[in-house]
Design a protein around this ligand. Structure first.
Ligand SMILES: CC(C)(COP(=O)(O)OP(=O)(O)OC[C@H]1O[C@@H](n2cnc3c(N)ncnc32)[C@H](O)[C@@H]1OP(=O)(O)O)[C@@H](O)C(=O)NCCC(=O)NCCS
Length: 175
């Protein structure tokens, strides 16, 4: 049995464990063309997403709902912590189209990264984007990540050739 997921907030965005009321937002998110383009094929239903998230947390990789301050779910943020090497977490995220342009993804990445560095025993967080995904690259930069020069990446990170790989080592000062 995993320990409970945290609730994290910076006063602007709220992260919390998924709740059944998130299902309609997740249904929209997993069918959004940008999510499919930049993250890849999604589970067939929102219920399946929640089941997979629970299984991933059993293995030590958390997923939280990104919410407005009133608790309405507008996206997802997660940290993959590979079981074979728990030193590095790989952060990912999506927002509903209506929630973009308000800093929610940046806040979510900062909050989850700081918590994971503190609580999960990881020593660094990586963030990988396609070279054409400029919005996601801006999230990385605003969240305090630095791009790793292509020649300095190690083989174990799982990025595709040409991807932009960013890294955060120190916790963001705000969290
Ligand atoms: C990637 C994605 C989450 C980025 O969303 P986003 O809205 O650009 O990112 P943020 O929520 O951090 O918002 C940043 C924007 O809000 C603005 N903003 C407003 N208030 C802000 C605040 N308090 N803090 C930071 N930014 C704020 C910023 O200026 C920025 O606007 P700009 O892009 O016009 O400069 C979104 O495009 C998405 O869901 N894409 C599909 C899935 C995806 O690509 N995931 C990542 C795969 S690597």
């Amino acid at each position: 049995m995993s320990r409970p997921l945290p609730t994290l907030t910076d006063g602007h965005v709220l992260l919390r464990a998924a709740e059944p009321r998130d299902l309609p937002s997740i249904e929209i998110g997993i069918r959004d063309p940008d999510v499919l383009r930049w993250i890849g094929p999604q589970p067939a239903s929102a219920e399946e997403v929640l089941a997979q998230n629970e299984q991933r947390w059993e293995r030590g990789s958390p997923t939280l709902s990104i919410c407005e301050p009133d608790g309405a779910c507008v996206g997802k943020v997660w940290m993959n912590v590979p079981e074979g090497d728990r030193s590095t977490g790989f952060v990912g995220y999506w927002l509903l189209p209506a929630a973009r342009g308000r800093g929610f993804a940046t806040g979510a990445v900062r909050l989850l990264s700081a918590w994971a560095l503190r609580e999960l025993g990881i020593t660094r967080v990586r963030l990988t984007t396609a070279p054409e995904n400029a919005r996601s690259q801006r999230v990385a930069e605003r969240s305090g990540f630095q791009r790793i020069p292509p020649g300095e990446r190690d083989a174990a990170e799982g990025a595709h050739r040409g991807d932009f790989v960013y890294e955060l080592i120190d916790p963001p000062a705000m969290a």
